[in-house]
Design a protein around this ligand. Structure first.
Ligand code: NAP
Length: 301
């Protein structure tokens, strides 16, 4: 009796563990950084907001669970910034505690008004992220970009950082952003793009392709706006054609199927969101015709 019960419990646990284990073994869709050919999974983690406050031990648990699950499933890219409160320290502490640094691609930003302030901020990022090499540092929202790029290029040459980039998330910076993209050599540009926010697809995304720059997408859910727009609505039939079982996967597959986009960095602070969102890095992606239908759908909501 006891043995049967034990066998039953063991069987039930194995059955419950199966989808997670199977998911962990399924390779994620990757795309290359054009300047190097290095492949990155198309879904990363954004750390604005939910990682900003200094967490108590209890508050750290879900963040630890998020990063652990992300790494288990083959996730690599973590996007943070010195201006996200304690986020760099929170990420650095958890990554070190989980001993997962070698598998990750750590990206942060510099947002300062002088070369000296920028250098001091970057040194602090190395400390907080607890790493000797940062994979990408991008100039945050074009701030003091000429000076900051000079510093970053020196650091790249010295082997302390691997890639250099620039970010924006607001369309009133797009003209300046494009001008910089035309005249600078950048490995990665980061810009806002979402199913209901497609302005960067007019010129920035095609320009990035022409210039051989990787595109990382911030705000892929419009800070949750897309979930509000579709709340209570069933998934359209076409979601099956691209292996989506949730709205999050629909929104992310739209973004990462753009030919210029390398990856998206949705804000994620719960392991269940990691399971959901990394589902967008598996299965079929929409082709141009289905992308059109997705746009028509959201425009009609
Ligand atoms: N200029 C820049 O450089 C710049 C600007 C903005 C953002 N960024 C980067 O982009 C990242 C993403 O931006 P964001 O986090 O503000 O906005 P976002 O990714 O568009 O949306 C995040 C929101 O989506 C929710 N969410 C995530 N996965 C979900 C799921 N599977 N199901 C339901 N809800 C889900 C989260 O919920 P909860 O609230 O429950 O966690 C959060 O509220 C930032 O973290 C940052 O790294 C960069």
């Amino acid at each position: 009796m006891q043995t049967d019960r034990r066998r039953f419990v063991a069987g039930a646990l194995a059955a419950a563990a199966l989808p997670a284990a199977a998911a962990a073994q399924e390779r994620l869709i990757t795309k290359p950084i054009p300047s190097s050919g290095e492949q990155l999974p198309v879904i990363g983690i954004g750390t604005a907001r939910r990682y900003e406050a200094a967490p108590s031990e209890a508050e750290k648990a879900p963040l630890r669970g998020t990063l652990k699950r992300f790494h288990e499933l083959g996730g690599k890219v973590i996007d943070t910034a010195p201006s996200y409160g304690q986020a760099e320290s929170v990420v650095g502490d958890l990554v070190s505690e989980l001993k997962i640094r070698p598998g990750l691609f750590l990206a942060t930003k510099v947002g300062a008004d002088s070369p000296e302030a920028g250098r001091a901020q970057i040194e602090a990022s190395f400390q907080k992220l607890r790493t000797e090499r940062i994979d990408l540092i991008a100039v945050h929202n074009l701030r003091d970009i000429t000076n900051q790029l000079a510093t970053l290029r020196g650091m790249k040459q010295a082997g302390r950082i691997r890639y250099v980039g620039a970010t924006t998330s607001s369309d009133n910076q797009y003209a300046d952003f494009e001008a910089r993209m035309r005249r600078e050599t950048l490995d990665v540009v980061q810009v806002d793009y979402a199913l209901d926010n497609r302005g960067s697809a007019d010129r920035i995304l095609p320009l990035a392709r022409d210039r051989g720059m990787a595109v990382w997408v911030n705000l892929p859910f419009g800070r949750g706006r897309l979930f509000q727009a579709t709340q209570g609505k069933p998934l359209p039939d076409w979601a099956k054609e691209i292996d989506c079982t949730t709205w999050a996967q629909v929104f992310l597959k739209y973004v990462v199927s753009h030919p210029a986009v390398t990856c998206a960095v949705p804000g994620m602070a719960q392991a269940k969101y990691v399971d959901d969102n990394l589902g967008a890095a598996r299965g079929r992606l929409p082709d141009a015709a289905l992308r059109k239908r997705m746009e028509q759908f959201i425009d009609g909501v």
